[in-house]
Ligand binder design. Structure first.
Ligand code: PHE
Length: 345
């Protein structure tokens, strides 16, 4: 009896060692047969009681050998077959296939125009100055020579902070002029891009928030001619090398004399008539020689220094450039609208 069962176990061991495992299904069958809860080795351990006492130990060792061989074989093939599975899924990968396109953002039309304007002035030595949007009335109005009773200060036109008569959302980037003059010594040559706010009824043509670029140049002997030439350079960089400009007398409390600058846009079609109100000229910016009172208010001696300043709106230029007819589209952040400007820098 004993030697018979010994032969049987040796038989199992050699079958187990020779048996091929082809795939994960075979491996699972192998696991159930040799390592599962009702595996053959377990049943054989139950036979120990029938073995002659002097061979019990030998039989136990043989069974342990079978058990270890089964475990080893199982882990060995498991590694190989699962590795194959990964390799197989790798084989399905075409590394040269084009990738799913990533949707990248696009620049906002206002940023596109702002950046162009900044680069044009940077090329002739203007430095970008950025300042706060929440201002006090001194920098926004008083320093800029705007009298206490000026209608622009009215609640109707200016957003004041809650319960405040002095803190407000800046109504123009000219407040940056005051901030810079108070903190820097001439020569000063800055442009200040940024957002401004006015209490306007929102329509297709006007909004309560928009962007401006302010320019300020102060030094000894700066003249109106310098301003004219700077602005002509700007117009030709922005609107083409043959652009013509004209300056019309105007009024701002902070410049004297003051002017508004137009660029010749042309009258080639119906749109041009509408956009330029039939004149062919397009109003682009306000400008002038910095009023001596402003220099004095900000601690600069008007007997020694002179300067010019200008301020222009961005939205209208962006709208002209991209044929946008409703200013509100620039603030809605509708990606279907914004996507149209992808690729424009
Ligand atoms: N601040 C003026 C405006 O908001 C523009 C301006 C700036 C005019 C500087 C003259 C000089 O309309």
């Amino acid at each position: 009896m004993s030697s018979e069962i010994f032969d049987k176990v040796r038989g199992i061991l050699s079958v187990l060692q020779e048996q091929m495992i082809g795939d994960l299904k075979d491996l699972e069958a192998f696991r159930v047969q040799y390592l599962g809860s009702k595996n053959v080795i377990k049943t054989l351990f139950g036979e120990i009681k029938n073995i002659d006492n002097d061979r019990k130990k030998e039989f136990g060792q043989l069974l342990n050998e079978v058990k270890n061989a089964a475990e080893e074989k199982y882990t060995h093939w498991k590694e190989i077959l699962e590795g194959d599975m990964i390799a197989e899924s790798d084989a399905d990968l075409d590394l040269s296939a084009p990738s799913v396109p990533l949707t990248t953002g696009s620049r906002h039309p206002v940023s596109i125009i702002l950046n162009r304007i900044i680069h044009i002035f940077e090329r002739i030595g203007f430095i970008v100055a950025e300042e706060r949007e929440i201002e006090d009335d001194w920098h926004n109005f008083t320093a800029m020579n705007t009298p206490e009773d000026h209608p622009a200060r009215d609640m109707q036109d200016t957003f004041y902070l809650k319960d405040s008569t002095t803190e407000l959302l800046r109504t123009h980037t000219s407040s940056v002029q005051a901030r810079i003059m108070m903190s820097q010594k001439p020569p000063i040559r800055i442009i200040a891009p940024g957002r401004v706010y006015r209490n306007e009824t929102i329509s297709s043509r006007s909004h309560c928030q928009f962007h401006q670029v302010e320019g300020l140049y102060i030094d000894k002997g700066v003249s109106f001619a310098d301003m004219k030439q700077t602005l002509l350079y700007f117009a030709r960089e922005m609107y083409g090398p043959n652009s013509e400009i004209r300056l019309r007398p105007s009024f701002f409390p902070f410049t004297e004399p003051s002017a508004e600058m137009d660029v010749y846009w042309g009258l080639n079609n119906e749109d041009d008539y509408r956009i330029t109100k039939g004149t062919g000229w397009l109003e682009i910016l306000g400008c002038g020689m910095v009023d001596p009172n402003v220099l004095k208010n900000c601690g600069i001696d008007p007997e020694v220094y002179t300067g010019f300043a200008f301020g222009m709106g961005i939205e209208r230029q962006a709208m002209l450039q991209h044929k946008i007819t409703d200013i509100r589209q620039l603030f809605q952040n509708d990606t279907r609208f914004l996507k149209q400007f992808s690729g424009v820098v």
